[in-house]
Write a protein that binds this ligand. Structure first.
Ligand code: HEC
Length: 199
């Protein structure tokens, strides 16, 4: 009986040691917790919660905390677990504090999306580029500090070459969504232009 308890204690100690070394869980780097994120965490952009022109979600189930910052007129730091998207193929996810000071703990993702779902083409912190060769951090770091690297318009970032109408059509035609809202004639024309642009 005592022997069994000793074994159990020894096993616990080993697990604790392995955890503190980051040997057991790849989610722990230098003892700092990281969120495990995989392609199944991303799906139809319109199932997320709209905030002005972009969408947010929470991987830790605390959407209210994410929305509080997104809707604050003074900005603030997004809580860990926050997911932010403007277009289906580009995502920012907030990790726990200390994960990546250079990016204020944001991880950048470039996805390829299809009716089958999302594939992660690129992910990382300082060195992720979008499909046009632009470095995510290079632009997003220019947002004034109170906006926590969220660009929108007027936060200090260099603009992207997409109008609000183009962004809206791209959101409406996310191939991962089960249904597609009807497009107006203008939107159909815009979609054609965008497809030419991305070819
Ligand atoms: C040329 C600069 C530039 C590059 C490069 C860039 N972005 Fe952005 N991004 C912007 C701007 C500007 C906006 C806001 C556009 C708007 O709301 O009209 C934006 C919007 C976003 C948003 C919505 C939240 C916000 O900041 O407004 C996300 C998420 C995002 N980008 C992720 C990425 C990711 C991931 C990459 C790299 C794969 C990337 N961006 C590359 C400039 C850039």
């Amino acid at each position: 009986m005592i022997k069994r308890r000793l074994y159990a204690a020894a096993r616990l100690l080993l697990v604790a040691m392995a955890l503190s070394l980051g040997a057991v869980s790849p989610a722990l780097t230098e003892g700092k917790p990281r969120l495990e994120i995989s392609e199944s965490d991303f799906s139809c952009i319109r199932d997320m919660t709209p905030v002005r022109g972009f969408f947010v979600d929470s991987l830790t189930g605390d959407l209210d905390a994410t929305l509080a910052v997104a809707n604050s007129p003074d900005g603030g730091a997004y809580p860990p677990g926050s997911v932010v998207q403007l277009v289906p193929t580009e995502v920012m996810v907030k990790h726990p504090e200390g994960t990546s000071p250079a990016t204020k703990d944001w991880e950048f993702f470039e996805l390829t999306v299809s009716p089958e779902g999302s594939k992660i083409a690129k992910r990382g912190f300082v060195d992720v580029n979008n499909r046009f060769g632009g470095n995510c951090l290079g632009c997003h770091a220019k947002a004034k500090p109170q906006w926590d690297m969220i660009c929108e318009t007027g936060h200090g970032c260099d603009p992207i070459p997409l109008t609000k109408a183009m962004v809206s059509v791209i959101q409406k035609t996310d191939p991962r969504c089960e249904s597609m809202p009807a497009l107006s004639t203008e939107e159909k024309q815009l979609l054609g232009q965008l497809q030419q642009l991305l070819r």
